[in-house]
Design a protein around this ligand. Structure first.
Ligand SMILES: Nc1ncnc2c1ncn2[C@@H]1O[C@H](COP(=O)(O)OP(=O)(O)OP(=O)(O)O)[C@@H](O)[C@H]1O
Ligand SMILES: [Mg+2]
Length: 329
């Protein structure tokens, strides 16, 4: 079935798994108007793992729902695997785990997956094998025949993940996939995501868990009040944040420090086991070490400071707040 005005496009030639062009969403009711998503252009390449970060209410879930045409965009358009997202064919190769997903409580985990598998057109042995395989990947084989009502939040998430992986999708969109999952389960889900990425599946994750995103994502976007403040490769963003006012930050591990330091270190910050200094470029490093050694200070190590994704995220958000981004809603 195709919406009128669209032609089937089973094979679209594109390197982009997801592309938006001025996509925006304003929720309207009789009483209120919420600008949840400002016009947004975003490209996610095939085979990448992309993480969308942002605080509560930033617009992450609205973004994925609008991309998938579950929410009608207010302006702009989205393409999934090269196909306009208004065309149902665009969703044919997409697996989706919605936020806070709820399944009928009278179904078993296996029943849930079979239901979604049947909707995809799977049947007979192919359906059974596919459901068994995906339940095993998410570690739910043992619980597969228990009713959803008996599941913990983490178990429901795992079944939701199995459901999103049914039928070998090319793009998997996961909205808070580890919500309610215990640390071991989170680790396992991270491994599943890495495995899928190795097989060339594109993955789009909405998450609050920065360490997790840093461990699995190639690229990220940081949203704040419906706007994308920053997007790009994780390493590019963290490296950029590691440099302050155009200067490299160094951490020098030293032995005991005297009360007064050589004048080259007047601006240095004393840390537990050493000093933090900023330099114009790496050529300054040997000279600084000579000065410290000349003052009788032992040096055990020199390393360039690298911001974690968490630090980078907080700085981008802080800058966004200071610029008064998205003040009116
Ligand atoms: N159906 C809706 N009707 C009206 N407003 C909505 C609706 N859904 C979301 N919103 C509002 O849109 C904004 C963005 O919400 P959204 O759920 O997209 O944020 P989020 O980044 O996914 O947050 P979280 O991290 O809490 O999941 C919020 O201000 C929210 O209150
Ligand atoms: Mg959300």
């Amino acid at each position: 079935m195709f919406l009128s005005g669209f032609r089937p496009q089973w094979v679209a030639m594109t390197d982009l798994a997801l592309e938006t062009d001025g996509l925006s969403k304003t929720y309207r009711s009789l009483r209120a108007r919420v600008r949840a998503l400002e016009p947004l252009d975003l490209k996610v390449e095939c085979g990448h793992v992309f993480g969308l970060l942002g605080s509560n209410g930033a617009g992450k879930s609205t973004f994925v729902k609008t991309v998938l045409n579950i929410c009608k965009p207010t302006t702009g358009r989205a393409r999934i695997l090269g196909i306009d997202s208004r065309n149902p064919a665009a969703r044919q190769h997409v697996g989706y785990l919605p936020e806070g997903t709820q399944f009928p409580r009278y179904l078993t985990g296996r029943g849930v997956c079979q239901y979604f598998g049947k909707l995809m057109g799977l049947k007979g042995k192919a359906l059974k094998d596919e459901v068994d395989r995906k339940l095993e990947i998410v570690g739910m084989t043992q619980w597969a025949d228990k009713k959803v009502i008996k599941y913990s939040k983490g178990m429901k998430q795992r079944v939701g993940l199995a459901q999103a992986m049914l039928g070998e999708p090319k793009l998997i969109i996961l909205d808070e996939p580890t919500d309610g999952v215990d640390p071991q389960g989170r680790h396992e889900i991270r491994d599943v995501i890495k495995e899928l990425a190795k097989e060339g599946v594109t993955i789009f994750i909405n998450s609050h868990l920065l360490a997790e995103v840093e461990a699995v994502c190639d690229s990220i976007g940081i949203m704040y009040r419906g706007r994308m403040l920053r997007s790009g490769p994780v390493t590019e963003i963290t490296e950029e944040m590691s440099i302050r006012d155009g200067r490299m930050q160094l951490r020098i591990r030293t032995g005991e420090l005297p009360d007064s330091l050589p004048r080259e270190f007047e601006e240095a910050i004393r840390r537990d086991h050493g000093l933090e200094v900023s330099v114009e470029n790496r050529e300054e490093i040997p000279g600084l070490i000579d000065v410290l050694r000349g003052a009788g200070i032992k040096i055990y190590g020199v390393e360039q400071y690298h911001a974690s994704l968490e630090e980078a995220f907080l700085r981008v958000m802080h800058d966004g707040e200071h610029r008064g981004v998205g003040g009116q809603q």
